[in-house]
Design a protein around this ligand. Structure first.
Ligand SMILES: Nc1ncnc2c1ncn2[C@@H]1O[C@H](COP(=O)(O)OP(=O)(O)OP(=O)(O)O)[C@@H](O)[C@H]1O
Length: 254
């Protein structure tokens, strides 16, 4: 079942085109990695899908609902982790998540039950009464994930979910994404290629606002020139890093 679809998305900021004709779809059970250099247009595309930014042209759909013209219905089916820290830095973690649960329409009993599950799953008990602004980057990221999962949405759009996490926290976040995957359609942006191999069923490579490759990690590897183990040993690259460089630099003619 298609849960995310974009058709010909374009986003211009003045005369600059940040997203240039991006079309793809994501089925339930897929974890799609959004990979690309800085400024490629990943966050902008995610914001458009999440309904936080209007496209200049083209359309995005969440569970069949247009995220611009049918935004409320689309947002009900979607959890979005924006870049950086959660909003409302003055609130405690508990107050913030209870507020989000209320905004999502959960009654007090349902909210208590759901937040109880999330607190345990995402390990937030020790910071429940702390103010968000006083948390470490890793805990802020976890609060962001909890916020995205409060209403158990079908679609998760996660903008660099492991950014700022230590290696153990990165591992836990990847485990969580893997566990959630069968029930949902998940789009994650990342700079970390090993993350794509670890959690993604498919990867989209995006550069200068355009999709340059769309396939399984194995498909992407097949696009790389014959791998050169000696070079990989010397400069410590992996075959997937070589494929990424080839697709984003050489294939794009840079
Ligand atoms: N509000 C804005 N006004 C003007 N330009 C913008 C705006 N938002 C983004 N851009 C530009 O659009 C381009 C794409 O930005 P975007 O944040 O989508 O990239 P990204 O792939 O997420 O990059 P990163 O990996 O660094 O987070 C960048 O050149 C950025 O400077």
């Amino acid at each position: 079942m298609t849960l995310v679809e974009t058709r010909g998305l374009v986003k211009r900021f003045g005369s600059f085109t940040a997203v240039n004709d991006v079309s793809f779809s994501v089925q339930r059970g897929e974890v799609v990695g959004f990979l690309g250099p800085n400024g490629a247009g990943k966050s902008t595309t995610m914001k458009i899908i999440a309904g936080f930014l209007e496209p200049s042209s083209g359309e995005a759909f969440v569970a069949g609902h247009n995220s611009r013209t049918d935004a409320l219905a689309a947002r009900k089916r979607l959890g979005y982790l924006p870049e950086g820290a959660p909003a409302y830095p003055d609130m405690t973690v508990g107050d913030f998540l209870e507020f989000i649960a209320a905004m999502r329409g959960l009654d007090a009993t349902a909210a208590r039950r759901r937040l109880g599950i999330l607190v345990e799953r995402i390990d937030l008990a020790e910071v429940w009464n702390r103010r968000i602004e006083a948390l470490s980057k890793g805990f802020k990221r976890r609060v962001g994930i909890a916020q995205a999962l409060v209403h158990d949405p079908d679609v998760l759009i996660l903008d660099e979910p492991t950014d700022g996490l230590d290696p153990n926290q990165k591992h836990e976040m990847r485990e969580l994404i893997r566990e959630l995957a069968p029930e949902k359609a998940i789009v994650v942006s990342t700079h970390i290629l090993e993350e794509v191999e670890a959690i993604c069923t498919r990867a989209l490579i995006i550069a200068r606002g355009q999709i340059l490759a769309d396939g399984t990690p194995a498909d992407l590897l097949a696009k790389a020139p014959a791998s050169d183990p000696e070079r990989q040993r010397l400069v410590k690259t992996t075959p997937l890093e070589d494929a990424f460089r080839h697709i984003t630099l050489e294939q794009a003619g840079a």
